[in-house]
Write a protein that binds this ligand. Structure first.
Ligand code: SAH
Length: 464
């Protein structure tokens, strides 16, 4: 992010603009929406500016900007549409320590003006770092179509009601009330009776919410999928929208965390491979503690929570504490990884079953398991298998597996930095070491990428 979006308090502040043509008009139309004092300097101005000046909407000085004119302004716009003049006026403003925007000149501007959706007091600012104004306009049009014009009045009336609504306990109860107002009761009252109907509707709604029994705490075990936020289920999104507390693992991508409610308490209980981790008992206690306080807790686990996620221990903790829970399934890493290589997990005539294994438990793998896996046509999805690659190779070869058996390792499946390593049992450990994979990786035993998938611009090793 090269530009940080903020909302600047400009009430009673000066904003100065140099210029009187088209560019000046466009900026002034936006600036006049604010409660700032607007000073315009220009030798020649468009008639609209004359009119606005005569209506007292801005102060017009009919000469070019001079030293001292900008002093004390909050913002300055160089809008003369003339490179030399813009550079001169911008220089004056900069010398006066005022933030400068040179219209249509990203490079010399200290701030840029976003595309704005105005549902005052609700304001949406859209920026593309100057990269795609067309895109910004399209997003603006889209939002404008989606946000009813009644949103402005509803928000204004709501704002005045905030103090009264504090009769509700802080947190979920208050949020539920406001959600009910903005998305149900408010728009309905506005439709039926206009602005005057909104106040009585708010009173009735508050009364209704004050007399409701409080919602109990609850834990949702939510599968976050392999990383791509578009692979979240709709139910997972809804749970994140409603969460008071989100307890998440290391593998949850930051794009997905972004989707949680801003006010939600975000607790990182990440475990890293064999390294330091938050003890499971601590996680169990956190779940119970927050749910008991009445929070809607989302326990966010990568992939599907029912696959190598120690889910049962957490469920047992909830049950023991009398905390209700439910599971929202997710897309497990094996599903995302197999999609990435264009293959099936099972295939008629090749394998009628597939095993999900974890590299962690391999040491306790019984000999008959190795012998079964070593047979031709077997397919296994190995989670957390990077560190045990050499061990797996040794055991399988010892039990008679063909050294040429295909192995595919998919790192960061479904994420933009997904990489595919296509190798064989024979060369797995060396190829893996060479590939230096640092992201989560899933190892497929007995599967090679489909030929077409091999054409992907991934890191590829030719099959021996
Ligand atoms: N519950 C998860 C698995 C947790 S165990 C699931 O259903 O996917 C963590 C292991 O999952 C990692 O070590 C890695 O082997 C695998 N994994 C998770 N996300 C992955 C991804 N995006 N790409 C490849 N493997 C992944």
């Amino acid at each position: 992010m090269q530009h940080f979006p903020i909302f600047l308090a400009v009430q009673g502040q000066r904003i100065t603009l140099s210029g009187g043509g088209e560019a000046a008009l466009a900026k002034l139309r936006l600036l006049m929406k604010t409660e700032a004092r607007i000073d315009v300097f220009a030798a020649a101005v468009a008639p609209e500016i004359e009119t606005w000046a005569s209506e007292g909407k801005l102060t017009l000085t009919r000469r070019t900007l001079a030293s001292g004119d900008v002093d004390g302004s909050a913002l300055f716009y160089a809008a003369d549409e003339d490179e030399a003049e813009d550079s001169r006026t911008a220089g004056l403003a900069r010398a006066a320590g005022v933030l400068v925007n040179v219209v249509d000149n990203l490079h010399d501007s200290q701030f840029i003006t976003p595309a704005i959706v105005d549902r005052d007091p609700v304001t949406v600012a859209i920026g593309t770092e100057g990269a795609a104004p067309v895109l910004a306009r399209a997003i603006k049009a889209d939002l404008e179509a989606r946000l009813p014009v009644t949103l402005g009045p509803l928000a204004r009336i709501g704002k005045a009601f905030r103090k009264v609504a504090e009769a509700l306990p802080f947190g979920r109860a208050r949020r539920d009330f406001w959600a009910d107002y903005y998305f149900n009761a408010g728009p309905r009252a506005m439709d039926e009776g206009g602005e005057t109907a909104v106040h009585p509707a708010l009173d009735a709604l508050l009364n209704d919410h004050l007399t409701r029994p409080q919602r109990d705490g609850h834990v949702a075990f939510v599968g976050a999928g392999p990383g791509d936020p578009e692979l979240l289920t709709l139910k997972a999104r809804r749970a994140l929208d409603e969460a008071d507390v989100v307890i998440y693992d290391r593998l949850i991508s930051k794009e997905i965390l972004e989707l949680a409610r801003r006010e939600a308490l975000m607790l990182d209980v990440g475990k890293e491979g064999f390294g330091p981790s938050t003890p499971q008992e601590v996680i169990n206690d956190l779940l119970v503690e927050h749910a008991r306080k009445g929070a809607q807790v989302v326990r966010l686990k990568s992939g599907d929570s029912t696959v190598f996620g120690r889910l049962d221990e957490e469920i047992d903790a909830c049950d023991a504490a009398g905390v209700t829970w439910h599971i929202v399934p997710g897309i497990t890493a094996a599903s995302a990884a197999v999609a990435g290589i264009g293959q099936s997990l099972t295939k008629r005539g090749r394998n009628a079953s597939v095993r999900f294994l974890t590299g962690h438990d391999m040491k306790g793998f019984a000999d008959h398991d190795w012998a079964t896996l070593a047979r031709p046509g077997e397919v296994a999805a190995i989670y957390m298998g990077k560190k045990s690659a050499r061990f797996i190779q040794g055991r399988l070869i010892m039990h008679g597996a063909d050294r040429a058996t295909a192995i595919t390792v998919i790192e960061n499946a479904s994420r933009p930095d997904q990489r595919i390593l296509s190798t064989t049992l024979d060369t797995l450990p060396t190829d893996l070491a060479e590939a230096e994979m640092t992201g989560p990786a899933l190892t497929f035993y007995g599967l090679a990428p489909r030929a077409a998938a091999l054409a992907l611009p991934e890191m590829q090793k030719e099959l021996a």
